[in-house]
Design a protein around this ligand. Structure first.
Ligand SMILES: C[S@@+](CC[C@H](N)C(=O)[O-])C[C@H]1O[C@@H](n2cnc3c(N)ncnc32)[C@H](O)[C@@H]1O
Length: 384
């Protein structure tokens, strides 16, 4: 740390020293202020889930774990990073927020009201050592979480929860299909459905990994924002839960000429006329409504780094229909040479026709609806 100039920033209730750098990726220890939103939601998730023990496995400056300790009821937080400079900075930041801390070569411990432990290990090694120990495990890597997923699934308690970030939208959203096959064992979509399918491929891969331990999960919240995916999962114990979780995995069938899509939960894909097959991917829910309401209620009451944005986002998620995929109004209008009309007008007409319809946080030009494709297309045509 000696030759590195540090500046202090505030995020939520935490004071954090970060290296001074022109661009975030030039910094010797990573800190991305845009991800304050991700950390805000994660703090809220911990306030709702109330874990006693939490692991910030890829901690960088320590901001996430420190916020968990300051802004939730968690008793014990572990903050880990393989980078020795990050470890040094985590200790500095712990001391800045909590006072003097006992330091060994690779472990720093603060025990007062809360136990805070910093380690300088490979995250996989640490998670393997702490088998079924944490009630909440956070994976927030550069790129794909897959290299750390299996250890995280062993380190979390059988009734615990997970927060998993993926920033590798290139592979997941079809820019690099081979990378998606390598990492997620799934074929990705390119085009208008790519972000939702990326999110669903990520969850589908987690489902396959967790089931072998006779575990399953409920999706508490899964979202796409600012070029990353984030998933909160509640682990469910038992082979039956594993089966139930896997039964939500299947395939997306998409006809790029018409814009029509179909989904089906199944182990194997089938052939459908004029349609390309994508997946396997998760086709179950992307939220648990009660969890979202709880996040929203907590968000109203507490200090957050990006409170207004968080409330707007949760409001949107609360009102979003939880169905696989959507109709992209611009994409469909382009294919059929139609004028684009206001989303609110289209939604109202679909609702008048007796269908459910809503906006989606995934795309500002899309509508989720249980109306069949032909009804949706007809509705766009009626509006010309
Ligand atoms: C995206 S940053 C984490 C950001 C942090 N969670 C936050 O919210 O600010 C990823 C971190 O993972 C660390 N890392 C990479 N590979 C690792 C490994 N095998 N074990 C532990 N840490 C690792 C990097 O040093 C880096 O600090």
């Amino acid at each position: 740390m000696q030759n590195i100039e540090l500046v202090e920033v505030r995020e939520g209730k935490a004071k954090i020293l970060i290296p001074k750098a022109e661009r975030i990726y030039d910094s010797p220890v990573f800190y991305n202020p845009i991800m304050a939103f991700n950390r805000d939601l994660s703090v809220l998730a911990l306030r709702v889930l109330k874990p006693k023990t939490a692991l910030d496995s890829l901690s960088a400056t320590g901001v996430r774990g420190i916020r968990y300790a300051l802004e939730s009821d968690v008793d014990e937080v572990w903050l880990n990073d393989i980078n020795p400079l990050a470890f040094e900075l985590i200790i500095k930041n712990l001391e800045l927020n909590f006072g003097k801390i006992k330091v060994n070569e690779k472990l720093a411990k603060f025990e007062n009201e809360k136990t805070l432990i910093a380690t300088n290990k490979d995250a996989n090694l640490l998670m393997d050592e702490k088998f079924r120990y944490f009630e909440f495990v956070d994976l927030d890597p550069f790129g794909s979480p897959m290299p750390f997923l299996d250890s995280a699934l062993r380190s979390v308690k059988r009734h615990g929860s997970l927060g998993i970030t993926a920033t590798d939208t290139g592979p997941l959203c079809g820019a690099y299909p081979n990378a998606c096959i390598r990492k997620y064992n799934a074929y990705p979509v390119r085009g208008e459905l790519c972000h939702e399918s990326g999110l669903r491929i990520l969850i589908g891969a987690i489902a396959k990994y967790i089931a072998k331990y006779d575990l399953g999960f409920d999706v508490l919240l899964a979202y796409y924002k600012d070029h990353y995916f984030r998933v909160f999962l509640k682990v469910k114990d038992g082979a039956k839960k594993g089966d139930e979780t896997l039964s939500n995995v299947g395939y997306l069938y998409f006809d790029n000429k018409t814009g029509k899509f179909e989904v089906e939960k199944s182990i194997f894909p089938d052939k459908r006329e004029n349609m390309k097959i994508f997946g396997p991917m998760w086709l179950g829910p992307l939220k648990a409504q009660e969890f979202i309401e709880n996040l929203y209620n907590k968000a109203q009451k507490v200090e957050l780094a990006q409170k207004r944005k968080v409330l707007e986002f949760l409001e949107m998620i609360k009102n979003e229909l939880d169905l696989p995929f959507f109709y992209d109004v611009h994409g469909i209008a382009r294919r059929y040479r139609l004028q684009v009309r206001k989303l609110s007008t289209i939604i109202e007409i679909l609702q008048d026709k007796g269908y459910k319809a809503s906006r989606t946080h995934i795309s500002p030009t899309a509508i989720k609806s249980d109306a069949p494709f032909d009804v949706f297309l007809e509705t766009l045509k009626e509006l010309q």
